[in-house]
Design a protein around this ligand. Structure first.
Ligand code: PLP
Length: 430
């Protein structure tokens, strides 16, 4: 790997960032790295250091950075004007592509971020069911709204179903509207539904919760319990949409929700997300269909932005090509297998968990079934491992490797070498 190191350049930018940004960062990722550019499965920082990139912009860049087909379409669109507020051809075509691909999607409403999509999906469920409460799972991430930031990452987990707010500034009253259950525990869900079914509008779930897969029968059980009790089932597919399969987690796991949210991949690296689902629920976005009483107010300046929609459509075209998902899964499987093998050979207790397009290691000797299982992992060891990997030219999120269609066998080889060297350092043998 080539690298022209100019540390002063990076330090000056970091210093400026500390002055003008709270905490010196955008809030997403530590500010001690400033990314200059990305191509395929690699990124370069402002010092010129090169990394195999498993951060992938936190997931959108499934087909790789600066894919020539996506870049060409976006550049062409930019030259024709970048936003209009009114309908545009690309947004309409993208909605049609989503309806064709995603099993639950009869209609689509665009927004700009996954956080918004989740907020409006929950609001749509409330409007449709005319009930207020939502059940979510401990450790499940549904964006940044007051309702979503409940028991995402409690330091000291509480008693189910009481939610623990994850942020300052959330009104106390919001807690009364959220019930929290452990992921992969149908008995607890069934009990809570029995007790609260007349107040519950919906259950919202990440079908693959962070990197914890659903236990066999869990999603099917949620579908059955919600259907039997007249409660809506919302899949948060912001991460899994078009990633686990072209039809998302609902195709991959074979369970169809009433509503889902999409983001990341569908914007092709630009800000775009969506709520999609049954037409009778989506009708609440249309005053003309449901009248003043049932109307769900939703407007956004950049919703369905033509550049984002065109880039998203170009991304879906690439994913539709024969063999795309086979290739993505083959790369992911190879990486997961190699990581598990290296951990074992170094005598480290760990679980490599997730699905081939997104996974990570949890440094624990017990299989991980839920959020509390991830807490049993050695977080400090993971942090040190991640930091060592960065030194060895591998960039990833705190708790996730995102695999790209653009990752090559050379990228896989480099990653394995980095894992091997970092693990030796981690166990103190180098
Ligand atoms: C499952 C899930 N839902 C919602 C969101 C929020 O999306 P955004 O960051 O676009 O607001 C994320 C973001 O990572 C996510 O992983």
């Amino acid at each position: 790997m080539t690298s022209t190191i100019e540390p002063e350049l990076d330090l000056a930018l970091q210093e400026k960032a500390r002055r003008v940004l709270p905490g010196g960062s955008f809030g997403n990722f530590p500010g001690d790295i400033v990314i200059r550019e990305g191509r395929g499965g690699r990124v370069w920082d402002e010092n010129g250091k090169e990394y195999v990139d498993f951060l992938l912009g936190s997931g959108p860049m499934l087909v790789g950075h600066a894919h020539p087909d996506v870049t060409a379409v976006a550049q062409e669109r930019v030259a024709q004007g970048t936003t209009f507020f009114a309908n545009n051809r690309h947004g309409i075509e993208l909605a049609a592509a989503i309806v064709e691909a995603v099993p639950c999607a009869e209609q689509v409403r665009f927004v700009s971020t996954g956080s918004e999509a989740d907020l409006y999906a929950m609001r749509a469920a409330r409007a449709f069911r005319r009930r207020d409460k939502i059940l979510k799972f401990e450790g499940g991430y549904h964006g940044m709204s007051d309702y979503s930031l409940m028991s995402l990452a409690p330091k000291r987990p509480g008693n189910f179903p009481q939610p623990i707010p994850d942020s300052a500034g959330i009104p106390k009253s919001v807690r009364d509207e959220i019930l929290v259950a452990p992921f992969n525990d149908l008995d607890v869900v069934a009990g809570l539904v029995r007790e609260h079914k007349d107040e519950l509008a919906a259950i919202i779930v990440e079908p693959l919760q962070r990197i914890v897969p659903p236990a066999p029968g869990f999603l099917e059980g949620l579908r059955r319990i919600t259907a039997e009790n007249g409660i809506l089932l919302i899949f948060d597919e912001v991460v899994t949409g078009f990633r686990l399969a072209y039809g998302g987690a609902q195709e991959y796991y074979g369970v169809v929700p009433d509503l889902c949210t999409l983001g990341k991949v569908i914007g092709g690296g630009f800000p775009l997300a969506a709520i999609a689902g049954r037409a009778d629920i989506m009708a609440h976005f249309d005053r003309g269909t449901v009248g003043d009483d049932g109307f769900l107010m939703q407007v956004g300046t950049l919703s369905g932005n033509p550049v984002a929609a065109a880039a998203g459509l170009a991304t879906l075209e690439i994913l539709k090509r024969p063999g795309a998902y086979q290739r993505l899964f083959a790369t992911g499987r190879e990486l997961m297998g190699m990581l598990a093998d290296l951990l074992k050979r170094n005598g480290i207790d760990a679980q490599v968990t997730g699905e081939p397009p997104l996974f990570d290691a949890v440094f624990s000797n017990e299989p991980v079934r839920d959020y509390r299982g991830t807490l049993r992992g050695d977080a400090d060891m993971l942090r040190r491992f991640n930091a060592l990997l960065r030194e060895h030219g591998v960039l990833k999120g705190e708790q996730k490797y995102y695999v790209s269609l653009a990752h090559t066998s050379e990228d896989v080889r480099h990653t394995c070498d980095a894992w091997a060297s970092a693990l030796l350092q981690l166990v103190g043998r180098q």
